[in-house]
Design a protein around this ligand. Structure first.
Ligand SMILES: Cc1cc2nc3c(=O)[nH]c(=O)nc-3n(C[C@H](O)[C@H](O)[C@H](O)COP(=O)(O)OP(=O)(O)OC[C@H]3O[C@@H](n4cnc5c(N)ncnc54)[C@H](O)[C@@H]3O)c2cc1C
Length: 400
């Protein structure tokens, strides 16, 4: 059953979170709803310094990895408390610094040594991780991956290539799914391996997206030696470790508490443009998408409910599977619909993206989102793959 209201304890906790944000969030990180720039672009150190101050306050509370045990840097929060933290942070536009998904996976499948070695450094931010799933020939059909790891004494030696590796150019650690037994059926010969990006033999080559973002990379491995003790779970059983990882990732992507806030900010913006008769609103014109905006508000409520279902399951200690796919699918497609509706309601101005141009609404935020949200329906498994998961595991339909 889904529980929507705070009980007394949760309400007290919510107040604590609000007070913490009010006291500790650096001014530079406070974002007004209709702004999307918080920093002076000419002063990159300003952002680093503000984030470092914020991180230190969060580390102190154990709120970077709220679910984890205190000895690993967490706060041992319940899932509901974590949800409250997420809601309040979103409401205040406070950056939600968190541990990478690989951390949650290590919590489930890792050895005690691996937990002690890798988890605390994720909390402090000493390690920055990237994800080595996809390969040029293996995306949706991940089990066909070819990057090879051959055992040599206490090490595995890796050769092959990953692609679409977000943040690899900034990361100092990676988890990689690698083939350790090419003779076994394809789901059985895979291992989930942790490695340092500073290991000799790794080359990172950036890829540029259509929104001009430079977040993706190709990563090449040439005789890269990784200690065998860095395999998470059993050797050759990494498919199941990777599946847990994806369920976590899809649950996170599906977290949808930001939609309502985003829509509210847009509602205020478009009403202000309408009132100013700036020409940047099509609200009153025939054929305008004004009714679509109402639909987006309804859908944002639905997304939140689906997200709460996932949280409620996690609160009971269950691992959401097709439920995470539902949340990811609905939320990522809603992101696209919201940015499309917003862009169209801003009329021709909605397509402008130039920061330099005074005519560009909110620094081109909506046009940029329109381009960048496309990728959210592909990352962590495309919408078609989520629908397959829901059809087979959720509805019990036969495989197509
Ligand atoms: C923003 C973003 C970040 C990413 N970050 C990472 C990362 O950090 N690390 C990483 O390893 N990868 C990452 N990826 C890659 C991502 O996981 C893959 O793009 C995704 O799994 C799809 O694989 P593909 O691109 O090879 O497409 P393909 O698998 O080739 O699919 C092409 C099309 O065919 C459809 N399709 C394929 N199989 C089926 C099927 N069985 N039924 C119905 N339709 C099907 C797909 O839905 C898609 O529309 C990222 C991708 C994006 C967009």
């Amino acid at each position: 059953m889904v529980d929507f209201n705070d009980n007394d304890e949760q309400a007290t906790f919510r107040t604590e979170v609000r007070e913490f944000i009010a006291t500790n969030l650096p001014d530079q990180l406070r974002l007004k709803p209709d702004e999307d720039r918080r920093f002076d672009e000419d002063d990159p150190d300003e952002k680093k310094a503000a984030i470092a101050t914020w991180r230190a306050a969060l580390v102190d509370k154990g709120w970077i990895a709220p679910m984890w045990p205190k000895e690993l840097g967490g706060a041992q929060m319940t899932k509901m408390e974590q949800f409250i933290v997420n809601e309040e942070f979103t409401e205040a536009s406070a950056p939600r610094l968190s541990v990478p998904t690989v951390g949650s996976t290590i919590m489930v499948h890792g050895s005690e040594e691996q937990k002690k070695e890798f988890l605390p450094k994720m909390v402090t931010g000493e390690t920055r991780w990237c994800q080595g799933y996809s390969e040029p020939g293996s995306g949706s059909d991940l089990a066909s991956l070819q990057t090879r790891a051959i055992r040599d004494g206490d090490d595995f030696v890796i050769n092959g290539q990953k692609i679409w590796t977000s943040g690899a150019h900034l990361a100092n650690m990676m988890f990689a799914m690698v083939r350790t037994d090419p003779e076994a059926p394809k789901h059985r010969g895979i291992s989930y391996l942790l490695l340092s990006m500073e290991t000799p033999g790794i080359t990172v080559r950036p890829l540029v997206q259509m929104s001009d973002a430079r977040g993706f990379n190709e990563v090449f491995f040439e005789d890269v030696r990784v200690p065998a003790k860095n395999v998470v779970g059993e050797i050759n059983r990494g498919w199941y470790v990777g599946a847990t990882h994806l369920d976590f990732e899809r649950s996170n992507i599906g977290r949808s508490i930001g939609h309502q806030r985003e829509l509210e900010a847009f509602r205020r913006l478009i009403l202000a443009e309408e009132a100013a008769d700036s020409g940047k609103s099509t609200l009153g014109r025939p054929g305008s998408e004004r009714l679509d905006l109402a639909d987006r508000f309804v859908e944002a409520s639905i997304a939140k409910t689906i997200s709460q279902r996932v949280i409620s399951m996690q609160a009971r200690g269950e691992l959401p599977n097709y439920e995470a796919s539902m949340s990811k699918l609905f939320s990522s497609e809603l992101n696209q619909r919201i940015s499309r509706t917003a862009t169209r309601l801003l009329g021709l101005y909605g397509a402008l993206r130039s920061f330099e141009d005074d005519h560009t609404p909110v620094n081109g935020r909506w046009a940029t989102l329109y381009l960048s949200t496309v990728s959210r329906t592909i990352a962590a498994g495309s919408s078609e793959i989520q629908r397959n998961v829901i059809a087979t595991r959720g509805l019990g339909l036969p495989r197509g």
